[in-house]
Design a binder for this molecule. Sequence first.
Ligand code: KIV
Length: 274
Amino acid sequence: MYASPPSSENARPMTVPELHARKARGDKIVMLTAYDASFAALAEAAGVDVLLVGDSLGMVVQGHASTLPVCLDDMVYHTRCVARGIGNALLVADLPFMSYRDVPTATASAARLMGEGGATLVKLEGAGWACEVIRALTERDVPVCAHLGLTPQSVRKLGGYRVQGRDERAAECLRADARAVAEAGADLLVLECVPANLAATITRELAIPTIGIGAGADCDGQVLVLYDALGITPGKRPKFSKDFLAGSDSIPAALRAYVEAVRNGTFPGTEHAW
Ligand code: KIV
């Protein structure tokens, strides 16, 4: 309870240019979600490079059935909590549903996540109209993480949480969207629930790093929802996740096992991919 302030087991601060350097060197990037200071500190101490305050908090922390009810105040609050727990890890925060629907709203929302929350990058879902927002944020020196494939904020339109880009036409659209968000200025791209071979193609085609979740082992890095990685999400565990606490004797050991498995390419395995 009275642990010392944010450590910094990660030797040097993680930065946006360092993410790009990691891709160039072929060194995997390890990302994990966090929603509070204590878990964020444990994740950083385990060697996690990037902490994501995901709007998944609407489901795993707040108990909603989707991420749609999460509001900007919730995101600012949890981002601030995580920021207090870390030293050198990079902090990414999700722009919640409708908080980036147009450029003025997006710039105001990003200003809150960065200014009040302490985020270094903001994450948003989609391409198409969202490219204008990515471009506007980038022009204002706001680093952006794009998110394509299964985009949970579109669950009503998608009709459920399903793998995306399975047929040839859908795969071509996803490749075009990935190029578009990179051209608009995104610094990082999360690919969620897309076939492994498609994610590998996109990863080769883009200069920016890709971070996979249910997107196979060939992405430049991996992300998991913390509660999935610890096996404490209620209900059925998603195919793409792994319970790292099973087989570890503590939460710090489980987090170290996740980091190690991503770095040495043993996670995700083929059983976690499509
Ligand atoms: O909200 C979240 O946790 C995310 C990850 C699943 C990538 O967007």
